[in-house]
Design a protein around this ligand. Structure first.
Ligand SMILES: [Zn+2]
Length: 124
């Protein structure tokens, strides 16, 4: 069985990507780790890693973070990361990327990696 890391749809036929939202699917074991990270986000301090430049960057970096195993929330962006139903205010882009303290380095590396890739030669 595979479970979508973003919307938690469950699949019996093991697709690599979710058919409802396109995010990566995982084994039930990995999904359980993911869920425990989400649970921690409700109670632990979050760190703002970056301010995303708009909905495109938000969508792409969000997807890369999921690939890297980083659970995140976006404050003020066009959607709210892994918390369905949390109102982010409806603003488009310019969201702050929030992660757990022990995932800051991994998340920052994803952001650097993306920004290096789209802006050749520019220091992150
Ligand atoms: Zn999904």
């Amino acid at each position: 069985m595979r479970i979508c890391l973003e919307c938690e749809s469950e699949y019996m036929d093991d697709p690599a990507e979710c058919r409802s939202c396109g995010a990566r699917t995982s084994s039930p074991e990995e999904a359980a780790v993911w869920q425990s990270l989400r649970d921690r986000m409700a109670t632990e301090d979050l760190v703002a890693v970056a301010t995303l430049e708009g909905p495109v960057e938000e969508a792409i970096i969000g997807r890369m973070l999921v690939e890297a195993g980083v659970v995140y929330a976006i404050h003020g962006g066009s959607r709210s990361g892994p918390f369905p139903g949390v109102d982010s205010g409806g603003a488009l882009g310019f969201g702050k990327l929030l992660v757990l303290e022990d995932q800051v380095e991994l998340a920052a590396e994803v952001v650097r990696h993306y920004r290096r890739a789209v802006v050749p030669g520019e220091e992150a």
